[in-house]
Design a protein around this ligand. Structure first.
Ligand SMILES: CC(C)(COP(=O)(O)OP(=O)(O)OC[C@H]1O[C@@H](n2cnc3c(N)ncnc32)[C@H](O)[C@@H]1OP(=O)(O)O)[C@@H](O)C(=O)NCCC(=O)NCCS
Length: 213
């Protein structure tokens, strides 16, 4: 498991100012002391959804984003208040956990959530009504803090998903990644190629990536 502590130390002086939950000081303070450095990855639950980072621009947080879960709702969600969106997300998590099992991960750095991932079989994502697969789909894998990217946290989060799915006897994991651009719910193609995925279905911009487990 790769983790570049030195790089983190440098990068933490430039914490993403979009996030209003975590101040620069709270991060740099923690990371100044190597002994207190701790990465923890927990299953996503209704209880810890509140920890998911927020930022100032739409959709403000992964906890309010319903892009995959409720496409029709998503079209009007810009006019909805956060509480409504959160309620819908909680409902989705509850239903998915009940019928599929764990469907997400939160990565904490010294007790602060800095990474979010969400996954389930395609049937749980109405936006993908024409997508059939034996695989579980990663709909989101995100490190919201720009300056915490590129130091291995995304890889740790992805590996924890793969481990979870392997233990549960799932055959394969897939995601729609983006070519040459990380602005995409689950990130760029290059990240998945680096982590053993292959292009399963070609597309000029958003190929379907797959890893057989
Ligand atoms: C994509 C993402 C999850 C990857 O997590 P990360 O912690 O930054 O990635 P890692 O440090 O584990 O990278 C592992 C490897 O993946 C590849 N990689 C990661 N990000 C990449 C990028 N943006 N472009 C190309 N390759 C990339 C690299 O090969 C890297 O290995 P290297 O550092 O040895 O070169 C993260 O960068 C992210 O959240 N980006 C923003 C995505 C976004 O805007 N999403 C919108 C959500 S709505």
């Amino acid at each position: 498991m790769r983790f570049s502590f030195i790089k983190i130390l440098f990068n933490c002086f430039l914490v993403d100012d979009r996030n209003k939950n975590i101040t620069k000081d709270s991060l740099t303070g923690d990371f100044k002391q190597e002994k207190t450095m701790k990465v923890e990855i927990l299953d996503l639950t209704k209880k810890n959804l509140k920890d998911v980072p927020e930022w100032k621009t739409y959709p403000f947080s992964c906890k309010y984003c319903l892009y995959w879960e409720l496409p029709r709702e998503y079209e009007v969600s810009k006019t909805k208040i956060k509480e409504d969106l959160l309620r819908e997300k909680l409902r989705w998590i509850e239903n998915t956990r009940k019928n599929f099992g764990n469907c997400g991960k939160l990565l904490y750095l010294n007790g602060i959530a800095v990474g979010y991932a969400q996954y389930a079989p395609p049937d749980f994502f109405p936006r993908l009504s024409d997508y059939r697969s034996d695989a579980v789909l990663i709909s989101c894998l995100f490190i919201p803090y720009r300056d915490l990217r590129g130091v291995g946290l995304g890889t740790q989060l992805l590996h924890s998903i793969i481990e979870d799915l392997r233990k549960r006897g799932i055959k394969a994991v897939e995601t729609y990644a983006r070519k040459g651009n990380s602005e995409n719910p689950s990130g760029p193609v290059e990240f998945y190629l680096k982590n053993g995925f292959r292009i399963h279905r070609e597309d000029p911009e958003f190929p379907l990536m797959r890893l057989d487990l």
